[in-house]
Design a protein around this ligand. Sequence first.
Ligand SMILES: Cc1cc2nc3c(=O)[nH]c(=O)nc-3n(C[C@H](O)[C@H](O)[C@H](O)COP(=O)(O)O)c2cc1C
Length: 316
Amino acid sequence: MPMYFAPMEGLTDDIFRRAHKACFAGVDKYFIPFVAPTQHCVFMPKEKTALLPENNQGLYAVPQVLTKNVEYFLWAAREMRDMGYPEVNLNIGCPSPTVTTKGKGSGMLKDPESLQYFLDDIFSRSPLPISVKTRIGYDSPDEWPRLLEILKHYPMLELIIHPRTRSEQYRGDVHPDAFALAAENVSCPLVYNGNLFTAADFQAIQAQYPAVSLMAGRGAMTNPALFQEAAGGEKLSIPQLRTFIDTLYHGYAARYDQSVIIGRMRDVLKMLALGFEDSKKPLKAICKARTLDAQHLAIEQLLSLPLKETPAFGDT
Ligand SMILES: Cc1cc2nc3c(=O)[nH]c(=O)nc-3n(C[C@H](O)[C@H](O)[C@H](O)COP(=O)(O)O)c2cc1C
């Protein structure tokens, strides 16, 4: 079963992706957090860093575009093709208000007719095969049948479905019926994304949908060995986690100054801490640390704790 690391803006940057690939097995594709092209037709420095092929060497990375403008999409896709990427992903799922109020991300689901025109254009003119990452509606899952009716007509490389609406953000249960409807009606390859927190969660979806690929985000941030475990490999161990944290730290230290290193490491460590028993104290120390020494001490505190039997994002 193909397995994908979900894009997570602010977390799964190029340094994170390379460190993860160096330390853990099981990921077939790493999705790069979105770039949002504008009329200026330049990538922002942060976007450039994320996309540079040399920053994604040794792993299969998929660039993602967030826009409602056909020409901006096509410009970004051409740039990505020229960089050597074999595919591009369209984000019509982002629920962030700063994105949706501009009619982008899951804001595009609010107006199915405009979405259809947009898809008509990009699918007929894109220089690269396109996959789409979507939610099942803006306000209500009742919107899904109509959206699916539109989405199913395009020659998508893959359709990645996070079966929640925009208003549900990342909270609560997913809607398995909505995914089932897609599995019955769509002929392109499907990818399931949402609340895959343990290897058993992967196996349950695989048993139900043997042909579907699986994408995980938060679960893999808390247990970076999740994919390797789901593939039948080793469970997360402290030595492997220590190597990962060291690799990540050295990656950040080679590029950033102290305050950025601390910030980047803190965001990752906060997710990792959820995989440990009784991690309240080191978590507090991680959040408070303002120097590398203090952060290092907090990391040692964390790594001295036992890992949860099944480290999982969802049980916190
Ligand atoms: C902090 C954060 C940043 C995210 N950034 C992106 C992004 O750049 N592009 C995207 O398509 N989804 C993004 N997502 C959504 C995830 O890719 C994924 O769909 C979501 O976390 C649900 O999967 P999970 O239950 O496995 O975490 C983000 C989610 C979070 C929590």
